[in-house]
Design a protein around this ligand. Structure first.
Ligand SMILES: Nc1ncnc2c1ncn2[C@@H]1O[C@H](COP(=O)(O)OP(=O)(O)OP(=O)(O)O)[C@@H](O)[C@H]1O
Ligand SMILES: [Mg+2]
Length: 314
């Protein structure tokens, strides 16, 4: 591995190839496919934000976490929600602290108004939110800025974000402009409950995080729940993959596969059986209609099919 810039000589190196990116993710227990490693490598190399879309529980948020951990960078997370504004995302003033300072100054008498005002709007009373923090210099190098679930915010915030991601600077009227000398590594995620504006997407490299195929899901399971027996793991993956082909209101993500495996290990299971599947479906499916649909004979039929497919593949 080599470094992109001399200044970063003390930093952990960025991967220099797609294979190195795969190794980096693998070292942090993230089993990626080549398409993801490619877009991630390019995002790091070209210093462009990475925009990840996909169903719930497919490992979008985890990518940013793993990246921060394996590059030794701070992870700064901006969790988006409806009504998120500059005060929640960039900065706000510590209003209670300012009021207290005013009271104390008044009680002390002889208030110098100009000095007091300058003090009230100094860094002392500035509350830094994730976007501002991500622009400030850090000894371990630019942080990983995770803007999680962007689809939950409104379009006004998205437009504001577009500006920040264009210039990597924000202006605080009372203090001036803060500009990142070295921009953060930006990962944006969305569950696609609404479309994100093209203007923002254009700034980013885009990747749709799909459900893994059976062989990758088995690798993920072996990595994350190593206590599950080989047979149990294969059956779990076969069953979950079959479930994803069913007409369900909400099919299980990787998160649910891992939860199910952990639950079954807790129950000392070494293989699936129809009763066990029926009793634990609530770990995999979170809608009563889906559970009702899959319980009983349907689960048994599916399990039989999965078993015979596995036997045929042996
Ligand atoms: N490829 C993978 N390798 C290892 N673990 C994975 C992988 N994909 C998902 N996981 C695991 O699945 C779980 C869910 O991942 P994560 O929270 O990142 O999903 P998400 O796509 O952000 O979901 P949501 O949209 O609900 O926020 C995590 O525990 C993560 O470690
Ligand atoms: Mg997430």
């Amino acid at each position: 591995m080599r470094l992109y810039a001399d200044r970063e000589a003390v930093l952990k190196p960025l991967p220099l190839s797609i294979d190195e990116t795969l190794t980096l993710l693998g070292g942090a227990d993230y089993v990626a496919d080549r398409a993801l490693a490619t877009v991630l490598f390019l995002a790091l190399k070209l210093k462009r934000p990475l925009f990840l879309e996909g169903e719930a529980g497919v490992g979008k948020t985890e990518i940013a976490k793993v990246l921060a951990r394996s590059l030794g960078r701070e992870l700064i997370r901006l969790q988006c929600y409806e009504g998120l504004d500059v005060a929640g995302a960039v900065y706000e003033w510590n209003y209670a602290g300012q009021m207290m300072a005013i009271r104390l100054a008044e009680a002390g008498g002889g208030v110098d108004r100009n000095a007091l005002e300058a003090d009230l709007f100094s860094e002392r009373y500035l509350v830094r939110r994730p976007l501002l923090r991500s622009l400030e210099p850090a000894p371990e190098g630019p942080p990983v800025l995770l803007i999680d679930e962007l689809d939950r915010t409104d379009e006004a915030f998205e437009a504001f974000l577009l500006e920040v991601l264009s210039d990597f600077q924000v202006t605080i009227p009372e203090l001036g402009t803060v500009r990142a000398e070295h921009p953060p590594i930006v990962v944006i995620t969305s569950n696609r409950t609404r479309e994100i504006h093209d203007a923002l997407k254009r700034r980013c490299l885009y990747h749709w995080v799909d459900f893994p195929d059976a062989s990758r899901e088995l690798k993920i399971l072996k990595t994350r729940v190593p206590d599950a027996s080989a047979r149990l793991s294969r059956e779990i993956v076969g069953f979950v993959q079959a479930l994803r082909r069913e007409e369900l209101f909400k099919v299980p993500g990787v998160a649910e596969t891992l939860d199910w495996a952990s639950a079954l290990v807790e129950l000392d299971a070494v293989a699936l059986d129809p009763a066990l599947v029926s009793d634990t479906l609530g770990v995999l499916l979170k809608y009563q209609d889906d559970i009702q649909r899959m319980q009983g004979t349907r689960a048994k039929e599916m399990l039989d099919r999965v078993r015979s497919e596995l036997r045929a593949a042996e």
